[in-house]
Design a protein around this ligand. Sequence first.
Ligand SMILES: C[S@@+](CC[C@H](N)C(=O)[O-])C[C@H]1O[C@@H](n2cnc3c(N)ncnc32)[C@H](O)[C@@H]1O
Length: 424
Amino acid sequence: MVLPEEVAARILAESVRRRSSLRDVAVEFFSARPSLDYMKPIVRVLTLGVARNYMLLDHILLSLGYGPPSHATKWMLARVLVFEAINGKIKPSRARLAAPKAGLDADKILELRGAKPREFVKGLSSIDRLSVLYSFPRWIIEELMEAGIPGLSKLLEALNKDPIRWIRVRPDVDTRRLVEKLREHGVVIKPDKDLPDMAMIIEGASKATRTPEYQEGLYVLQDKASALVSWILSPRGMSVVADPTAGAAVKTSHSVWLGARYAVAGDLKPARLGEAFRLLNRLKLRHRVDIVVGDARRLYLRRFDGLIVDPPCTDIGRLQYEPEVKMWLTRGDAKYFRRLQLRMLQEAVDTAPPGARIVYSVCTLTYSETIWVIRRLIETRPEADLVEQTPFIGEKPRKLPMTQRMLPHLHKTQGFFIALITKR
Ligand SMILES: C[S@@+](CC[C@H](N)C(=O)[O-])C[C@H]1O[C@@H](n2cnc3c(N)ncnc32)[C@H](O)[C@@H]1O
């Protein structure tokens, strides 16, 4: 008999090995084994729980004399069992069945029931304490400290929780009517005070993509911080908005909804543009947006009034959605992404006509990918001016006050950084 703990361990190990999301690996696993469908909810809890707490779980296992830690399936199973034990969720019968498969003594695991995570981090230095307690590699903590994030421990705690979800509503839709309609389908939303087209999902997030209103294109699922990008671009009246790292064209479509006459959604990966195609079709915007496979490091457009640079990043601000990323990210990744981001921004400035507005946004908060990139851009491209943003609803980084950060523990959004640049 296969145990949910073993399935969780297998999915976790596979996710790290392939650097694929837990979700994608789980979908693949369960579609090949429909008879195990009943395990899905528990496996989801276990995989997310382990990914969010993996360093704390390793620390506990080391304190019991096990180790060294790895991302092998057997060690993942050990993490799963300790996770269940400290949450008081493991039954003695299950522990006796599963512990030997992980090379553990079941009694030692059962003794962990009711233990408080803080007991295990006593005596550690402050950075190590944060690192182990919230299970963030030390280099991430150092990057976040260098970026001067306020309330760092609260941020780490928030990144280890489920996200708050948001929808963006088409501008001509009567939001009050939409609130009533969605309530009938079990989705409760609350209109936002800052951005007139945004609403927070209070209840029924999992049903939000299954309503007739969604199919009709009356709204899109999008985080509030991400929606801020097009508001700051301020595309009303622009003839051309370019979005050369458009992915699924979420921000491109928003720019059109906010008044851009025409937009170009580009991406290096055709598969991402397939998603863009589907979204733009659902929103009935295909006639206003061209889709292009292209490299944002060598821009293929010369005439545009506004440009969005939303490049690949470490995704640390999205850990609420995909905590597994913490298990494979390295400082080298942050360095790679910052070079790529700077290159794309330099190309944007070099190509932009004078007066163009360029918004740089990343769903991460590391110093390297946010403040460092903008400082380096300004040093190397004196014709690029960093300008004040409207609306300003986030937090001003002390080291770069003209930019804006959105933080999960303060703004109920994903972690996000935005800079607005104009070309002289
Ligand atoms: C953060 S995602 C963009 C999300 C998108 N703006 C949205 O709101 O849906 C970054 C995108 O950049 C794309 N990308 C990576 N390298 C690229 C390159 N050299 N040129 C263009 N796009 C690239 C990735 O495929 C990915 O879709």
